[in-house]
Design a protein around this ligand. Structure first.
Ligand SMILES: Nc1ncnc2c1ncn2[C@@H]1O[C@H](COP(=O)(O)OP(=O)(O)O)[C@@H](O)[C@H]1O
Ligand SMILES: O=c1ccn([C@@H]2O[C@H](COP(=O)(O)OP(=O)(O)O)[C@@H](O)[C@H]2O)c(=O)[nH]1
Length: 251
């Protein structure tokens, strides 16, 4: 099973026994899937159902949701309306607007999960962001990164060594497949390969398969990352169950 070796060792509450034995994975769920161009209610319901079913099998999937269209719209609008701000100040404000978008999108999945979800949307990636036997759904935390980095930081905080990045392309390619169609998807790459593909520079609303901050932490922490097309939930479930799936394995 993909998540077999991940054991959460925090929060020694009464129900620690059951909870500590759960397989845990952190999923970065692209905003393009959840809410682009507007909230995708059917998709949110379908993924919530899948996560609830996996929870019954003691596979706990915590989710970090991206900003999608609302984040990109506001980032573009802020750039258009800004007057007299330094580049750095404007970038920070764009990132903050992006973060608000991610949290609005996170609230969609949080509501669809009902009482299975942590009722709070955490604003930090720390072990306390995850509550016993509940699924955490969150968005962004700080400027200078994307929700890919939040996903990897949450995994690091809870001692989880496997993450999934669900996006709108089948996996990682040597170059952006939308600009360079016809390239083969890479089935298995190293952390260093990923870093050379995504580079090191963050910009608000960045359009890259995994952001540079996340790529660096994946390497530092030796976390394995599976990248796949999140619109295919059967394929995502196969990955979560450790079965053969279509996508890229990093690390
Ligand atoms: N090397 C690459 N491999 C795969 N996708 C890439 C690559 N470089 C850029 N991309 C782009 O990254 C996009 C996914 O990121 P993004 O648009 O932020 O979606 P999401 O909402 O899923 O995070 C893809 O649509 C693709 O065009
Ligand atoms: O911790 C975070 C998460 C997000 N963002 C900003 O919000 C945008 C939208 O988030 P993300 O790129 O993860 O969304 P997605 O690509 O999944 O739509 C990012 O590009 C950043 O500008 C940020 O500054 N800090």
């Amino acid at each position: 099973m993909v998540v077999q070796k991940s054991r959460v060792l925090h929060h020694l509450h009464d129900d620690v026994h059951l909870w500590a034995m759960a397989d845990v994975v952190v999923l970065s769920l692209g905003g393009s899937l959840v809410a682009t161009p507007s909230p995708n209610i059917d998709y949110v319901h379908q993924i919530a159902d899948m996560l609830a079913e996996l929870h019954k099998q003691n596979i706990h999937v915590h989710v970090v949701v991206g900003g999608g269209a609302i984040a990109r719209q506001y980032i573009g609008a802020l750039r258009a309306t800004s007057r007299g701000l330094s580049e750095q100040e404007l970038n920070d404000r764009c990132d903050l607007a992006g973060i608000w978008g991610t949290r609005m999108n996170a609230s969609l999945l949080q509501c669809a999960l009902g009482d299975l979800a942590n009722p709070t949307i955490p604003t930090e990636t720390e072990s306390q962001s995850v509550k016993p036997n509940l699924l955490t759904v969150m968005g962004g935390t700080h400027p200078g990164q994307t929700t890919d980095a939040v996903c990897v930081k949450l995994a690091r905080a809870i001692g989880c060594k496997k993450v999934i990045n669900a996006t709108n392309v089948p996996g990682v390619y040597a170059k952006n497949p939308k600009e360079f169609p016809g390239l083969p998807m890479l089935e298995k790459i190293t952390h260093d390969d990923l870093i050379s593909i995504v580079g090191t520079h963050h910009s608000p609303g960045i359009n890259t398969v995994i952001d540079p901050v996340a790529a660096g932490i994946l390497k530092e922490e030796n976390i394995t990352c599976f990248v796949l097309d999140g619109s295919n939930l059967d394929n995502m479930k196969q990955c979560l169950l450790g079965e053969t799936f279509i996508g890229t394995t990093i690390g």
